[in-house]
Design a protein around this ligand. Structure first.
Ligand code: NDP
Ligand code: OXD
Length: 310
């Protein structure tokens, strides 16, 4: 039986080598060279793989995302019926995201955009120094990534809040759920960080209505998916000054088209979906673990709940 790998051409070899290092006898096929479709027992895929194609493999028993997100695997037509889907939960992916969120929380908190503008104009002027305790940070999503980044913000003294699908109690973090909870948290978020999965419930969640709930002059950090943001609504909120600035790592579509206004907007920081990048060597052990479990008929790990969509 064989494992099918499907990702960008420049990442294939790193994934293959990382898996073979742990399980040298593994038969790995690099898409599109799948060989006999009957051989494929598991597929490890990134965003570009067409889910309809996976229906060619009658013995497929597991589909693994090469990232934390699974929206690319669940969008229509979705994975072949009955095939379980696993995501990555990876320390390096989590720490990379915490770094990126902190980078931008601190950039906004310490008025870096203002100091850059001053540098441009050769202005030597001290701005009033803010206190972390006076800057409230709201997290949309307190999962693997949101929770770690929220705790990192907490450790610097920021008051931290989090909005989740199910009610949660988290020490030191004020939590909210539901529509009312969302409105309350947005109304208090001086910096809003989006780390939600993209599902039918969360698509377009950052729109004119919800952005207007933020305090005037709030900052937005989106490291989740471009589909969470209604881009024209965010542009309007930025242009009116209601949202002071945004750090965006994800867009719809990607790459961000060359003529998109975000590229040149003075209050938008654009990153090329690189807030946290999967490192195959770090992620490989859990993929191997799942392949072993699949072969032994044991319970799989890090499975997606199809009814929740993540
Ligand atoms: P998790 O699945 O671990 O956590 C998701 C969180 O979102 C949970 O707290 C969950 O609530 C909450 N949530 C989900 N749906 C809703 C909803 N309808 N209403 C309110 N809260 C909701 O995800 P991760 O933290 O691992 O990752 C989050 C996303 O980050 C990924 O899906 C991916 O899109 C993105 N990502 C981006 C990267 C980048 O480089 N830009 C890198 C890696 C991931 P509950 O706790 O109740 O389940
Ligand atoms: C992920 C990503 O989902 O990198 O892991 O976006």
């Amino acid at each position: 039986m064989a494992i099918l790998l499907s990702t960008k051409a420049n990442a294939m070899a790193a994934w293959r080598d990382a898996l073979l290092e742990l399980e040298p006898d593994l038969d790995i096929r690099l898409f599109p060279d799948a060989g006999d479709p009957n051989d494929i027992e598991a597929a490890v895929c990134w965003t570009q793989h067409d889910m309809a194609e996976l229906r060619r493999y009658p013995n497929l028993g597991l589909l693994v995302s090469m990232g934390a997100g699974v929206d690319h695997l669940l969008r229509p037509p979705g994975p072949p019926p009955g095939v379980p889907v696993a995501r990555l939960k990876d320390e390096r992916l989590t720490s990379g995201m915490t770094e990126w969120v902190l980078l931008n929380v601190l950039r906004f908190h310490r008025q870096d955009l203002e100091y850059r503008a001053q540098q441009e104009a050769r202005v030597w002027d001290e701005l009033p120094a803010p206190e972390t305790s006076a800057r409230r940070v709201g997290f949309l999503g307190l999962g693997e990534l949101g929770m770690a980044a929220a705790n990192a913000c907490r450790s610097l003294g920021f008051p931290v809040m989090g909005w989740t699908r199910r009610p949660r109690e988290v020490e030191g973090i004020e939590t909210f759920h539901g529509e009312d909870g969302l409105a309350t948290m947005l109304g208090r978020s001086d910096i809003l960080v989006c780390l939600l999965p993209l599902t039918p419930d969360t698509r377009g969640i950052l729109n004119a209505r919800t952005l207007a709930m933020l305090p005037r002059g709030a900052f937005l950090i989106n490291a989740a998916r471009g589909g969470h943001v209604v881009q024209p609504d965010l542009l309007e909120a930025l242009d009116s000054g209601h949202v002071a600035a945004a750090a965006l790592d994800v867009f719809e579509p990607e790459p961000l088209p060359a003529d998109h206004p975000f590229w040149r907007h003075p209050r938008v920081l654009v990153w090329p979906h690189a807030a946290s990048i999967t490192i195959p060597r770090s992620a490989a052990p859990q993929v191997i673990e799942n392949i072993r479990r699949l072969r032994e008929g044991r319970e799989l790990i890090n499975l997606v709940d199809f009814s929740a969509g993540y």
